[in-house]
Structure formats: structure tokens, C-alpha cells
Design a protein around this ligand. Structure first.
Ligand SMILES: *Cc1c(COP(=O)(O)O)cnc(C)c1O
Length: 386
């Protein structure tokens, strides 16, 4: 049996994979088992921040592998402290809890918000308002937070205490907060899985002010939008707000599993010994990868992300077969005349890997994708959309 057949035989059938086997790569080029190269406009769904097998990242990770790969959270280790310090200094948030995925980072955010509200307003104050069309993960609780019912079917009962308000409709937030004793409001500034749809600046500001005025914890899910993807370190920085909690994962460690929940002044002491934990959380190898990634996301890199973003917006706007270009930074959605799946398949056959998000084509290239590759990929995508 070849790899694809063995995968179908032995691996749970949760993914409908594209029919190629990726074996290696360099930067924004990945190579399949037959030696065919592709320009990667997916970066492992916004994970490989600096592409595949990046040398700076690799040497940081390998150096740590040569020291200690894991030590449990019963002892102090240096790499996770370095990550936490960078994150706090660059966001103004105060404490970090480390986990291994976006869903776990959100679970922690939800626990912190619930505990803060229970301590402060009583344990009947637990409702978390999330948005319709959001995506917050696949665990039973983060599914409950996710405002897309098609993910819920057949997994009920989900964790109670979540309601979904319409995105960009501030009136609904106000009225839900009147009906339910509300612990937190949780948003993605750009709904990623929901189709790469940014929230409007006015709405986000109003929500942040409302949360502040009512002592409601504002959680921003930066799992996909974070770590330079939006053209700022975190997408909320494009909106001039200060969240109480930021959750992130995907691109944080550049290809290693790491989730982080950043807690601001209001909730920085909410978690006490025994309240939460994770065996792998803060793992030294993942943390070494994250230090390397975060140190490179500087003003120059971010200016590059914004320039590459503008290039893509210009390339696709008013291009034949493309009805709308949405997104922020290097997180771009294309509403196309032809079905998105068809376009993605055609691009793959022409040597460019792309994603979908709902009915849109979604592009999430590495933050440092060379301009020549970006231009080549844009041509292939435009042709496929025609
Ligand atoms: C991917 C994603 C998650 C879930 O992350 P996992 O690492 O797959 O658990 C949560 N929130 C958002 C916004 C995401 O894009």
C-alpha cells in the first residue's frame, strides 16, 4: 500500500486530504513525494510563520533539543520564560499560560473569564457571548463557543453558557448582556475559518468600551490572526483596543505545537496554583521556536507583511472572476465566481497550494514569502479564477 492508502486504512477519517504527499520543503516551496515543487500559500494553516525548514528557526530549535527536550512544569525552565517576557512586553498584558493548541488556549481563556466573574459577581455570572460565524476550536467547550451550528451537530450536549451574537451588530451585544449575566465577550478581529472577514473598527471599539464599562472580560482569539499575520504583532493592535485576554497558537512557535493565553491587569491573578495545568505546556523546544519567531517579528518584518498584503489586494481587486477581496495582512479571502474548491484544485495542479474558508479561497502564505514567489502564485490564482 502507498502512503495515501495506508493513511486511509490507519488514520481516523477526519480530514479530506488533497491527493499529494508532502515530504520536504525550503521556505515557501514545498516538495511532494514525486519531487514536484509547489508554492505554499498555506504555511500549514498559518503555522509555519517563516516557511518550511527555515534555517534560523531550525538552529534555535535544534540547539534546544541538544539541551533538554522537556522537564514538566514542576521545575523552572528558561525558554518559556523568555517567550512570556517578550509577549508581555510587546502587548502590555501581564501573565501567560502555555498550552499546545488554539483550542486549549481558548479553554484557558474561558476558565479565566468564568473564574474572574464567579469571584467578582457570583457563580451565576458565567455567560460568554461569542459571534456567529466564529471559530474557536474543536473541544466540546470551544465548539460551544464556535458560532457555526454545522460543527455542533451530533456532539450535543455542548458546554452550556454560550450565546452567539451577530458580528458587527453592537445592539445584539448590549441586549444579550442585559438578558444573560455575562462573564466575557469573545471575538476574532478577523473571522478566519468563517471566511476571512474582518470586524469593523467602530464595532470592535464599541465592544471593547462596553466590556470595560461593565466589568466584562474581553477575550480576543488571535489563534489565526496573531504573531504578525495581520501586519501587526496581534490583530487587535489594528483596532486600538486593549483586550483583557488574548489567546494565540498556530504561528507562535513557527511549526511546533504551542498555545498561549495572555492575561491582562484585570485577570492577571485569577489563576491560582491547581486551577489549571498542562503537561506539555511551555515545552522548551516549542518555546525555543517561539522565541526565534517572535524576535524576528519586528517593525521591518511587519512592514513587509503589509507591503505583501497590499500587493495581493492590488493583484486580485477587479480581477476577472474575483468578486471580493477580504482580510488583513497575509490573511486573505477571495470571493470567487467559480466554486472555491475548484479553484484550489486547479491551483494545486498548477503548482500553488491554497486553502478554502467556507465559500472563499483563503491565502495564508509565510510572513517572509519572497516577492517573486508571491507574484507567481498570484498569477496562477488569478488564472484559475477566470
Ligand atoms: C485554528 C483556530 C483555533 C483552533 O486551534 P487548534 O490549534 O486547531 O486547536 C481556534 N481559534 C481560531 C481563530 C483558529 O483559527
Amino acid at each position: 500500500m502507498n502512503i495515501q492508502e495506508q493513511d486511509r486504512e490507519y488514520i481516523a477519517g477526519t480530514y479530506s486530504r488533497f491527493p499529494i504527499v508532502i515530504v520536504s520543503g525550503k521556505g515557501s516551496i514545498v516538495t511532494d513525494i514525486d519531487g514536484r515543487d509547489y508554492i505554499d500559500m498555506t504555511s500549514g494553516i498559518a503555522v509555519n510563520s517563516f516557511g518550511v525548514s527555515d534555517e534560523v528557526w531550525r538552529s534555535a530549535v535544534c540547539e534546544q533539543i541538544g539541551k533538554v527536550q522537556h522537564m514538566s512544569n514542576l521545575y523552572y525552565t528558561e525558554p518559556c520564560v523568555k517567550v512570556a517576557k517578550i509577549l508581555c512586553e510587546r502587548t502590555g498584558l501581564k501573565r501567560v499560560f502555555f498550552s499546545n493548541s488554539g483550542a486549549e488556549a481558548n479553554e484557558c481563556a474561558i476558565k479565566v473569564a468564568r473564574k474572574y466573574a464567579a469571584d467578582k459577581k457570583g457563580d451565576d455570572c458565567y455567560t460568554i457571548i461569542t459571534l456567529r460565524n466564529s471559530f474557536h476550536g474543536r473541544t466540546i467547550t470551544t465548539l460551544a463557543a464556535t458560532g457555526q451550528v454545522h460543527y455542533h451537530e451530533l456532539f450535543r450536549p455542548l458546554t452550556p453558557g454560550f450565546v452567539n451574537a451577530e458580528a458587527d451588530n453592537f445592539g445584539e451585544i448590549e441586549s444579550y448582556a442585559k438578558i444573560h449575566k455575562t462573564a466575557a465577550i469573545m471575538i476574532e478581529c478577523v473571522q478566519g475559518e468563517g471566511g476571512v472577514i474582518p470586524l469593523s473598527p467602530d464595532y470592535v471599539k464599541k465592544v471593547a468600551q462596553f466590556a470595560k464599562d461593565n466589568d466584562i472580560v474581553l477575550i480576543v482569539d488571535e489563534v489565526q490572526t496573531g504573531n504578525g499575520r495581520s501586519g501587526k504583532l496581534y490583530s487587535y493592535m489594528n483596532y486600538d483596543i486593549q483586550p483583557d485576554i488574548v489567546s494565540t497558537a498556530k504561528g507562535l512557535a513557527g511549526g511546533l505545537p504551542m498555545g498561549a493565553t495572555l492575561m491582562g491587569e484585570k485577570v492577571k491573578d485569577t489563576l491560582r496554583p491547581g486551577d489549571h495545568g498542562s503537561t506539555f505546556g511551555g515545552n522548551p523546544i516549542a518555546a525555543a521556536g517561539a522565541v526565534s519567531v517572535l524576535e524576528r517579528i519586528d517593525d521591518e518584518l511587519l512592514a513587509g507583511v503589509r507591503a505583501k498584503s497590499k500587493f495581493l489586494f492590488d493583484a486580485f481587486t477587479n480581477s476577472q472572476g474575483i468578486e471580493q477581496v477580504s482580510g488583513m495582512g497575509l490573511m486573505i479571502g477571495l470571493k470567487t465566481a467559480k466554486p472555491a474548491k475548484e479553484i484550489v484544485n486547479q491551483c494545486m495542479n498548477n503548482g500553488v497550494l491554497c486553502l478554502t474558508a467556507k465559500d472563499r479561497v483563503r491565502l495564508l502564505p509565510a510572513l517572509n514569502i519572497p516577492d517573486e514567489l508571491l507574484a507567481k502564485a498570484a498569477e496562477v490564482i488569478k488564472k484559475a479564477c477566470k
